[in-house]
Write a new protein. Structure first.
Lengths: 266, 298
């Protein structure tokens, strides 16, 4: 018997807009069912950090590196908020959607490839990080941080960093055999990077090797970029930092796609 | 007129390490027909389904679906394919309508047709009064109807149904059969996997009996029964000791038997003079399955 003739449709390419849109629509519709809790936690958390560190350390050290402590922490925790709204949901959300809800099976049965799925998920989380990342800064404004024009670039910085960390989280979920493995990543990778970012204290007093190491910490570049955006950019240095977090994002993007492909396609 | 093939598999092999899940499978699904993959768990049905969406990549063999070659042109093929998986993967915190909306986007239905497509799917699933209900508040039968309707939202030419009624009670199963039958009468090509004999007999034009990753027989259900199991089987009831005797006697007469709980079925008894007290009943697909594979299906 002859085979049904294929429709004369143009060959579909990679990273197509309709596929990305489809996955994003799913996330947006889902978001409409949980935006309250997620907005609550991403607003309340940085507020608590600011209050605790501000009143705690702020009473001992009034200024750090020429900044008021509230200004220092308020800008520093933008990177923390980015991390918490991208890497963590990416790790846990991806695993849940893969393992328990089997959402990705449903999506990949539609005309969507793993590359598009991963990209759209990362774009979505980057956008959330771009918005939620600004919250600590807004809270800090309430506590006395002076608004500046440079702040308008913070959502973009948070977006770029958020894309990288989302891809990091997806890659971890892709290569992890079980949920328990996340503990290793959180303890051995994320916590040190989080502390070696300069969010809560400057890294000037760290041993030199730690300061060198901080330069390969994307979170540190994010912290510095946000501070410079708020208090004044430093030209080439900041461009190099943007380059660093962009490269981090691109590399992790490909690793995430690879990790999820071997997980989802057998 | 000969029908064209919506699905054509030749010599398909899929291995997972030491295990060969699909072992040289040939499969033809003529356009406009309903074909059933019948076999026990582990026969390779689900792996076959996954290969048709390119979520599994075959190690060997040719796969063609709607004229597209898999896995290279799978994405195009999937625009015209609907899939209802065995395990429910609806978004449980979303409403019926939201689930369909998401898939209307994933299947690239244009803005102007989206509303109609969603309404049609809601009507098909008979969930009109539940459109705003969250999925986790639906009954098992409703969820399954939605799962199938979701696969049909873009009017696919070909639909894959993986164990569409598994785990449902008999009444709900019949509702789903009606839904699938309606789909078939509209001319949609269906490939379904099942391990319910009755389901295959009722819905499928052709059945492919699978065992250990390969097809052991294929044909219309009635023809398979006639060819392999004859017209009748003899069903003998009794205590376990009696059943063991019956099995021994039948085997001595060169006949095959199978245990069905409280009875023994002596298969293909017509015309060979074997006689025991028992009920004669028409042979069925399950008998064929046991005869061909030596396994129970259930």
């Amino acid at each position: 018997m002859a085979v049904v003739e294929r429709r004369p449709t143009p060959r579909l390419g990679r990273l197509e807009r309709p596929a990305l849109t489809g996955v994003l629509v799913r996330e947006i519709v889902n978001y409409s069912s949980y935006w309250k809790s997620s907005t609550f936690s991403s607003t309340v958390e940085p507020t608590i950090y600011l209050l605790a560190f501000g009143f705690g350390f702020g009473s001992i050290v009034s200024t750090i590196g020429g900044y008021d402590y509230v200004e220092f922490v308020g800008t520093g925790t933008v990177a923390t908020a980015v991390l918490f709204s991208s890497a963590f949901p990416a790790m846990f959300g991806t695993f849940v959607k893969y393992q328990f809800q089997r959402t990705y099976d449903a999506i990949l049965a539609a005309p969507v490839d793993t590359e598009e799925l991963v990209t759209a998920e990362a774009l979505w989380m980057a956008t959330r990080a771009g918005v939620y990342g600004c919250v600590p800064m807004l809270v800090a404004i309430v506590f006395g941080l002076d608004p500046s024009w440079g702040m308008l670039t913070v959502p973009l910085i948070a977006w770029i960093a958020g894309f990288g960390w989302a891809c990091f989280g997806i890659a971890v979920a892709g290569y992890s055999k079980s949920f328990e493995n996340f503990n290793y990543v959180v303890s051995a990778v994320l916590t040190p990077l989080f502390l070696l970012a300069g969010s809560f204290f400057p890294l000037d007093n760290f041993p030199e090797w730690a300061q060198v190491l901080a330069n390969v910490n994307p979170l540190h570049h994010c912290v510095e970029l946000v501070r410079h955006a708020v208090f004044g950019f430093e030209g080439w240095e900041d461009l190099a930092r943007v380059g660093a977090i962009a490269v981090f994002g691109l590399v992790l993007w490909r690793i995430a796609i690879r990790g999820m492909t071997q997980k989802l396609i057998d | 007129m000969e029908r064209e093939l919506a699905i054509r598999l030749r010599g398909v092999v899929k291995r997972y390490g030491e295990i060969t899940a699909v072992d040289g499978l040939d499969l033809d699904v003529p356009a406009g027909t309903c074909v059933g993959l019948l076999g026990p768990n582990g026969a390779g049905k689900s792996t076959t389904m996954r290969m048709l969406t390119a979520q599994s990549i075959a190690d060997e063999g040719e796969l063609q679906l709607l004229g597209y070659t898999l896995p290279d042109e799978s994405k195009q093929a999937r625009t015209e394919l609907g899939v209802a998986p065995q395990l429910d993967n609806l978004d449980t915190t979303l409403t019926v309508e939201q689930n369909l909306l998401v898939f209307a986007h994933l299947y690239r239905i244009g803005r102007s047709e989206r509303r109609d497509a969603i309404e049609r799917a809601i009507a098909m699933a008979k969930l009109d009064d539940r459109r705003d209900t969250r999925v986790d508040k639906l009954s098992g039968g409703m969820r399954r109807r939605l799962l199938i309707a979701r696969a049909l939202v873009h009017r696919p030419r070909l639909v894959l149904l993986d164990e569409p009624t598994v785990g449902l009670d008999p009444q709900v199963r019949q509702e789903l059969w009606a839904l699938i039958d309606a789909l078939r009468s509209e001319g949609t090509t269906i490939l379904m996997s099942t391990h319910y004999i009755e389901e295959a007999e009722r819905l499928c034009d052709t059945v492919l009996i699978m065992s250990h990753g390969t097809a052991v027989a294929a044909g219309p259900p009635a023809q398979l029964v006639r060819e392999h199991a004859g017209a009748e089987a003899l069903e003998v009831y009794g205590p376990p000791a009696r059943l063991a005797e019956v099995e021994a006697e039948a085997q001595a007469a060169g006949l095959r038997t199978r245990r069905t709980g409280t009875s023994v079925s002596v298969l293909a008894v017509d015309g060979n003079g074997f006689h025991l007290d028992g009920e004669r009943r028409p042979a069925n697909l399950e008998d064929v399955f046991v005869l061909l594979t030596g396994e129970e299906i259930g």
